[in-house]
Design a protein. Structure first.
Ligand code: NDP
Length: 310
């Protein structure tokens, strides 16, 4: 069976940054790209808040650059998806979707998180053309336009408040008659004149010729006073939570209720010697590419120290 010093699972900013650092430390890392090659950023279009690109950069170009930079320092990149792990004792054992089995001395988990969508066919149809799950990434494109945010938690309220600073009008589409968000976030949303909360509303579809022009919504679905109508909007933002891609590590590493991997303080250490977590899989709060990149660097530095101590 193949054995490697260091394996990195995931190819978003965390995974590739870890690979750049580990490669420069002569650790010959292998990156497995995983379910979303290039990570979540590739689901958006232009990145304007990644430092170093004053004019912004296309998300795919940014990820291609990170990939090339990792390869330049000797990283081997493989397409496969890890489907099972045994982290009970070193060397750590990984199984892949193509049948490969590989062991490693150190592992960096950078498998990211996946934004939840409602599951409407129209979300796929208009993805990148008015449908987004990241207001910080895409909000800027909706200056002086009308947008809707779906969700009633802290993320939805934060995204709605952020978008209200850019857009001319923000609808917050909430399926229950109340918000789940913390009181301070609720107050912020309810007192913002640009935000209109549509309680007890569900979205059942989107429409538009060239991108989103509106949403088909239902008020009090299934009730006697049910009302269906079309809500004209230019952008449709999902904020109904993220699912960290941590299932295959769960028997071994600790996670919080939502599945985010627990790390020790602000380090990437998981509690298992030589196993580190970086990026969104361990970050319930920030979910930013640059933050993920920083945590990838930390994980590689920790892995290098760990391997040197063996
Ligand atoms: P939450 O799980 O807290 O909220 C998800 C929201 O989306 C809920 O209002 C939920 O509705 C709604 N929702 C879920 N599925 C659907 C669906 N299919 N259709 C319509 N609505 C749906 O997720 P968040 O991402 O908001 O927050 C996650 C955690 O992160 C929380 O603990 C939060 O406090 C924390 N957080 C903290 C922040 C901060 O401190 N600044 C910022 C952002 C997040 P329902 O209520 O009906 O279930």
């Amino acid at each position: 069976m193949e054995h490697r010093k260091l394996i990195i699972l995931g190819s978003g900013p965390a995974g590739y940054t870890a690979a750049i650092y580990a490669g420069r430390a002569n650790l010959s890392p292998v990156v497995y790209e995983g379910i979303q090659p290039g990570g979540q950023l590739t689901t958006t279009t232009e990145i304007e808040n990644f430092p170093g690109f004053p004019e912004g950069i296309d998300a795919n170009e940014l990820m291609d650059n990170l990939r090339s930079q990792a390869e330049r320092f000797g990283t081997e990149i493989r397409e496969n998806i890890c489907v099972r792990t045994d982290l009970s004792a070193a060397p750590y054992h990984l199984w892949f979707d193509n049948g490969d089995e590989v062991t490693c001395d150190a592992l960096i988990i950078a498998t990211g998180a996946t934004a939840k969508y409602l599951g409407l066919a129209d979300e796929d149809k208009y993805r990148g053309q008015g449908v987004s799950a990241c207001a910080t990434c895409d909000g800027f494109f909706y200056r002086k336009k009308v947008v809707a945010v779906v969700g009633g938690g802290d993320t939805a309220c934060e995204e709605a408040s952020y978008l209200a600073g850019l857009a001319s009008k923000v609808y917050l589409i909430v399926r229950k008659p109340y918000l789940r968000a913390t009181q301070i976030m609720q107050d912020r949303v309810l007192s913002n004149p640009k935000i209109e909360v549509l309680f007890e509303h569900n979205t059942v579809g989107l429409y538009g010729e060239n991108g989103v022009e509106g949403a088909h919504v239902v008020y009090r679905k299934g009730e006697a006073d049910e009302r269906r109508y079309d809500l004209p909007i230019d952008g449709f933002f999902l904020a109904i939570g993220h699912k960290p891609n941590s299932d295959i590590f769960r028997p071994w590493v600790q996670t919080d209720e939502a599945g985010f991997i627990k790390v020790e303080g602000d380090s990437p250490r998981t509690g298992i010697p030589g196993v580190f977590a970086a990026g969104d899989v361990a970050d319930p709060h920030y979910r930013q590419g640059v933050v993920a990149a920083g945590s990838g660097a930390k994980a590689a530095i920790e892995a290098e120290r760990y391997l040197a101590s063996l």
